[in-house]
Write a protein that binds this ligand. Sequence first.
Ligand SMILES: O=C(O)c1cccc(C(=O)CC[C@H]2O[C@@H](n3cnc4c(=O)[nH]cnc43)[C@H](O)[C@@H]2O)c1
Length: 222
Amino acid sequence: MRVFITAATVGEWMPCFTRLDKLYTEKSRRFKVYFHQSGVGMLASTFSLAKLVLEEKPDLLLQAGLAGCFDTSIDLGKIVAVEKDLAGDIGVEENGKWRDLFNMKLERSNYHPYEKAALPNQHIEKFNLLKLKTVKGITVNEITTRKERIKQLVKKFDPITESMEGAALHYVCRSTGTPFMQIRALSNYVGERDKSKWLMREALDNLNTALIKYIHKLYKMA
Ligand SMILES: O=C(O)c1cccc(C(=O)CC[C@H]2O[C@@H](n3cnc4c(=O)[nH]cnc43)[C@H](O)[C@@H]2O)c1
């Protein structure tokens, strides 16, 4: 089994890369873990993930990263698995409402790779090995900051996470039939610009601990 761990930046998986048992990266012949940097945002990540998938044909593509959280009742630092993602800022703001490509009739809500106007992960039950809380995510190119936009997005999509690469993973993998998982550590509440209120360090530590546990479980299962 060939597993690729991908993140927007190397910093997001570096602690796992340095601590992971060599069994998984070198010694085992039946199981191999590789690391990949996709770049930040939907443009860079769609291109690099599509290239990776077409050239390497992974058995599992595992995206790991930080995310903003819309739900302030969920503790920062928590690790979640994104079961459904979609582009949160491709569309138009009209009369105070957010209209996406489906509302604009520029995309069909059930045309592959879409299903009910979203990009669900049909592999989540099989690959949610750590039994993480499963959530709906949205993906944006512009980090959401305005209160009014947050309200629009919550009303329209009822998301828990916001990232800048999640939908790219779901789009590329659903389009190519590649098994995938998206694991995110909640580093901040969406719209919070005071970085002293972010839990970036703790989120990264938790994310990498989860990655190491995940690979260990996957090895035993594969
Ligand atoms: O606002 C800044 O100046 C800034 C500087 C460095 C990093 C950031 C990030 O927000 C990290 C972006 C990275 O992590 C994901 N992420 C984390 N929180 C959010 C969010 O609230 N909204 C969207 N994406 C977020 C994202 O996937 C990026 O890869 C900011």
